[in-house]
Design a protein around this ligand. Structure first.
Ligand code: PLP
Length: 414
């Protein structure tokens, strides 16, 4: 497979792909074309090595031991927190709470901030393109508190209707929940503008950043968001690790989420006092190896340069949309002006799962389904789509392989 001609000089794609062991394999006798990066990215060698190194050399529990291994584990775990903080440009390490992923980060906010701050009559605004992870936790809280959820409409290209959003903003709105980059259609939402508008009516803003970190520079301070949820495995890190960024004053005012060891200062049967941030929200043994592996992934992205990665993926996205739109009967779903490396489509008369099966026989891994965004599928009048999602290591030749396999699927199934 030849290397893409459109790749900016700053990314040496052939050398880069060598760093990802899982890419060096065949599936059904064909070279693997991995285009399911929005579901999970592949891990570079440094991430795998950092995880193995931890278990081989430093494996111990954090924060509790005085012995050398525990001190090393604690140092590396806390350095990982600093790496995440620097990566998203937060002001304080204490504003980064490790969670098991983006889903848990949003649940933490809904269950603590949501349950204490929301009342009957309050409104929660969520965009129509939210992942279920930024819908269902708010539904649970709405049921408990009497708050109501109102969907923010999107246009036919998959962009938030900012004027409709503006007219929905009243003092009743207490929370606005927005996905930074849509996992289904790749739209990059104007988070800074949406946040500034929400703040004018005193609402807090919860951003689902699962898909954003791998594709563009994120500064939680510049965006001025209140909460930002992150996922390790979407940005070349391990599964089972993620983080919540929250503004310090908000986190300090929130009650604990889960309770147990490490999150307390003193415990008697009469009364417990709680630890400071961030430990207050991290009870029990955390995913130490996961945090250390994630930090290795973020350092790897930093060395590659997030701007170069973003440019590369946007070039591929334009190329893929152009090539796919030449296929008769193919409908692109989500054609926003500002898009990250995600292309979704449907083919007239053919079920996306059947397309996915033919593609797999050609070694092409994509995702077919509703992508955990059922309200978005309803908005476009589709039960499901085929989604190809790109990463720093994706080549133009892989897009050509995708297009050829889709054409074959059309001939076989059409
Ligand atoms: N939000 C979005 C936009 C996602 O794409 C995903 C994963 O598919 C999630 C949330 C859930 O993330 P995690 O797997 O880290 O819980």
């Amino acid at each position: 497979m030849s290397v893409a001609s459109t790749v900016p000089a700053s990314i040496d794609l052939a050398a880069l792909r060598e760093r990802f062991p899982a890419l060096r394999q065949q599936v059904h006798g064909r070279p693997l074309v991995y285009l399911d990066n929005a579901a999970t990215t592949q891990r570079p060698d440094v991430v795998i090595r950092a995880t193995v190194d931890f278990y081989e050399k430093d494996n111990a529990n954090v924060h509790r031991g005085v012995h050398t291994l525990s001190q090393r584990a604690t140092r590396d775990f806390e350095e990982a927190r600093q790496t995440v903080r620097a990566f998203v440009d937060a002001a304080h390490d204490a504003e980064i709470l490790f969670t098991k992923g983006c889903t848990e980060a949003i649940n933490l906010v809904a269950a603590t901030w949501g349950r204490t701050m929301l009342r009957e009559g309050d409104e929660i605004l969520l965009s129509t393109m939210e992942h279920h992870a930024n819908i269902v936790p708010w539904q649970l809280v709405a049921e408990m508190t009497g708050a109501t959820i109102r969907p923010i409409p999107i246009d036919d290209r998959g962009q938030i209707d900012l004027s409709a959003y503006g007219s929905m903003l009243t003092e009743r709105v207490k929370l606005v929940g927005i996905v930074h980059v849509s996992n289904s259609i790749g739209t990059i939402n104007p988070v800074a503008e949406i946040t500034a508008m929400a703040h004018r009516v005193g609402a807090r803003v919860m951003i689902d950043g699962a898909q954003a970190l791998a594709h563009q520079k994120v500064s939680v301070r510049d965006l001025d968001v209140d909460f930002y949820a992150m996922s390790g495995h979407k940005v070349y890190g391990p599964t089972g690790i993620g983080a919540l960024y929250g503004k310090r004053d908000l986190l300090e005012a929130m009650p604990p989420y889960q309770a147990g060891g490490d999150m307390i200062r003193t415990v008697t049967f009469e009364k417990t006092t709680f630890n400071d941030l961030p430990n207050r929200f991290e009870p029990g043994t955390p995913n130490i190896a996961g945090a250390i592996g994630w930090a290795a992934a973020l350092n790897f992205v930093d060395r590659m340069g997030i701007d170069a990665i973003g440019r590369h993926e946007q070039t591929l996205t334009r190329y893929a949309q152009h090539r796919l739109s030449e296929i008769d009967g193919l409908r692109l779903v989500g054609t926003a002006d500002d898009k990250a490396g995600i292309v979704a489509f449907s083919l007239e008369g053919i079920h996306p799962h059947d397309i996915g099966t033919v593609l797999d026989r050609n070694g092409v891994a994509i995702r077919a389904g509703h992508h955990c965004t059922m309200p978005l599928m309803q908005r476009f009048g589709l039960p499901a789509t085929v989604r190809a999602s790109f990463a720093m290591y994706t080549s133009e030749a892989e897009i050509d392989a995708l297009v050829a396999a889709v054409q074959q699927a059309k001939e076989i199934l059409g």
